[in-house]
Design a protein around this ligand. Structure first.
Ligand code: X5A
Ligand code: ZN
Length: 647
């Protein structure tokens, strides 16, 4: 089980045959640049490469009218003048004698990818295609798009596999109005699109691209538009949109399949988008989606016109689909004012349809509340504006550093016999230990708190910590005896802090004991009992904090009274992998490990966590506790903001 890459060289055949500044960016080099990038990084050979086949006329008919299909077919025999004349009848479209063949390959590639994922041949995959699809409509080409590849994929998944809930995530910088029209009244397809909008002054200039277009009839609430009203949106803005809009709805929707309209014109450097998200952002967006639908993700290329930025972003996505850890995200994690206003507008429009948003009352910070956090905020500088820095591009693309994937994915050091833990295959038992002298020195520091028999375990745990810090081990689970837990955590933290290069630890202490101090770096909240409350905790609080803090490592401590269900622990671990590049050390007290080990190890190892169960609305008490904390913390941790403060 792996990642499929669907492609056919013939899709480089179609190209613009006359002068047209609007259309010239949709060029064959887009595909070759993306593919070369994948080859150079050794990613292509790690995928299951499938050669695209043309979609049949019947398959095209799932979305398009017979007349339109016949018309596109006819373009094969037209001469240049006739092609030009026909192209002018559509908005931002060019035809080429090979367009019909290429567009059928593109649609066919999307269908093959759905087949590969839904038959279980692969977990996920990417179809590298031209022409793109999301602007195409039942009987019209539009915006470089001829057949609507992703809409066809969704119809195919419904028709051939009987799927009832499909999520389409359209992160292309343009509004995929074609997809919106096709599923406008269909509640089985949740369509999410963010797009450059600028209050309607950006192509395709449609009022129905705004946040108040939510779908019609049975489909109300199943179209989700997030219009960006300024250019320059970056990593923090995209993350905020995922954490505060897309993911809450997606969890509530509970899709069986995720289709991604993967346009990379929303990445930095793109001449169309003028946005600032760096290529690594797409690794993070991909990993955040991987907790949905059992990890069944089919991505289909849409736009992306800056060849270097496109190639890097495609590599980031494929690397993440393959299961590699996410590279760190650059930049201050502070969404801009305009992004927050857009997020607010889509929340307002969608709240009637989604329980997960209804419980998301934005915290109101009264102006008299002065938190101690405000001072440290100043140190970070003013919040960035959404202006594009022209000369910022090449250094950002050059910086893209790829941490090699650690040779060991998940390691376990346990005081409990391995057989009792039912660990999934691929999880290794830690045999090594740090030097005895060092272990003893640490133990002496915490004299009264370690028994002799704890020393061997401590040595192993310290070795796990080193492995994670040195990039030898991606993540790990360790067990401790009840008596030694607190001291072990102290030693781990002190040892991390002693290493200069790695000093940011996000410590999640879930041990059923109240934390004593409340400060901006140390706070506690009760564990919600509802799925809605738990999701709000993760999406609305823990992940925004983790992304804002950008830790070198997450230390997840689970005591006997941790109160987490297995699925909750798995989801927490799986989602925390994103902000920390996978570097999680879970320390579990013996009493809990037999039940938890397998779920935790599976999640850390990259398996999609099991469902939390049916969505249940957070209780007023849970909401209140979360809002209280958010209100205290959002002055310092700007990703917590879900609403725009008054300008
Ligand atoms: C697929 C895609 C953009 C069309 C822009 C026309 N189309 N100005 O990115
Ligand atoms: Zn686009």
């Amino acid at each position: 089980m792996g990642t499929a890459l669907v492609y056919h060289e013939d899709m480089t055949a179609t190209r613009l045959l006359w002068d047209d500044p609007e259309c010239e960016i949709e060029c064959p080099e887009r595909l070759t640049a993306a593919l070369d990038g994948l080859r150079q990084r050794g990613l292509e050979e790690r995928c299951l490469c499938l050669s695209a086949c043309e979609a049949s006329e019947e398959e095209l008919g799932l979305v398009h009218s017979p007349e339109y299909i016949a018309l596109v077919q006819k373009t094969q025999t037209l001469d240049k003048e006739e092609l030009h004349a026909l192209s002018k009848q559509y908005n931002a479209v060019y035809f080429h004698p090979d367009t019909f063949h290429c567009a059928r390959l593109a649609a066919g590639a999307a269908l093959q990818l759905v087949d590969a994922v839904l038959t279980g041949a692969v977990h996920n995959g990417l179809a590298l295609v031209r022409p793109p699809g999301h602007h195409s409509q039942r009987a019209a080409a539009n915006g470089f798009c001829v057949f609507n590849n992703v809409a066809l994929a969704a119809k195919h998944a419904k028709q051939k596999y009987g799927l009832q809930r499909i999520l389409i995530v359209d992160w292309d910088v343009h509004h995929g109005q074609g997809i919106q029209y096709i599923f406008n009244d269909d509640p089985s397809v949740l369509y999410f699109s963010w797009h450059r909008y600028e209050h309607g002054s950006f192509w395709p200039f449609l009022p129905e691209s705004d946040a108040d277009a939510v779908g019609q009839g049975q489909g109300q609430g199943f179209t989700v538009n997030l219009p960006w009203n300024q250019v320059g949106m970056g990593n923090a803005d995209y993350l905020a949109a995922f954490l505060h809009v897309l993911l809450p709805l997606a969890f509530e929707f509970d899709p069986e399949l995720v289709l991604v309209s993967a346009g990379f014109d929303s990445a930095i450097g793109d001449p169309e988008g003028q946005m600032q998200a760096t290529p690594e952002c797409f690794a993070h967006l991909t990993q955040l989606l991987q907790v949905l639908a059992g990890g069944r993700i089919c991505a289909v290329l849409e736009g992306g016109y800056h060849l270097e930025s496109l190639a890097q972003s495609v590599c980031m996505m494929v690397q993440t689909l393959l299961g590699d850890p996410t590279p760190p995200l650059l930049g201050l994690m502070v969404p801009c004012q305009s992004a927050l206003e857009s997020i607010q507008s889509v929340q307002t429009a969608q709240t009637p349809y989604w329980t997960s948003l209804q419980q998301n009352v934005a915290p109101v910070l009264s102006s008299s509340t002065h938190s101690p956090e405000e001072r440290s905020l100043r140190l970070l500088g003013e919040s960035p504006t959404c202006a594009v820095a022209e000369d910022s591009l090449s250094p950002l693309l050059d910086q893209l550093c790829l941490r090699p994937a650690p040779p060991i994915c998940t390691a376990v050091a346990s005081t409990v016999p391995g057989a009792a833990l039912c660990l999934p295959p691929g999880v290794l038992h830690q045999e090594g230990s740090v030097l005895r002298e060092e272990t003893e020195a640490w133990a002496r520091l915490h004299k009264s708190r370690f028994q002799d028999e704890d020393l061997a375990t401590l040595g192993k745990i310290l070795c796990l910590l080193d492995g994670i810090m040195d990039g030898q081990i991606r993540n790990a689970i360790a067990t401790t005896t009840a008596l030694a837990t607190a001291a072990t955590l102290d030693v781990l933290i002190q040892r991390c802090l002693a290493r200069r290069a790695q000093r940011r630890i996000l410590w999640l202490n879930i041990r059923g004991k109240d934390a004593a101090i409340q400060s901006m770096f140390h706070f506690s909240t009760p564990l919600p009992q509802t799925t809605g409350g738990f999701l709000s905790l993760i999406l609305g609080l823990v992940l925004p904090l983790a992304y804002g803090f950008q830790p070198d490592m997450v230390l997840m401590a689970l005591g006997p009274a941790h109160g987490l269900q297995n699925a909750q622990a798995a989801l927490l671990a799986a989602m925390l992998r994103s902000p920390v590049g996978g570097r999680i050390l879970a320390v579990v007290e013996e009493e809990s490990i037999r039940l938890l080990a397998r779920s935790l190890a599976q999640a850390l190892h990259g398996e999609t966590p099991p469902s939390l169960g049916p969505f249940s609305k957070a209780t007023p008490e849970e909401i209140q506790a979360l809002m209280f904390l958010k209100a205290r913390l959002e002055a310092r941790w700007k990703l917590l903001q879900v609403a725009a403060p008054p300008p």
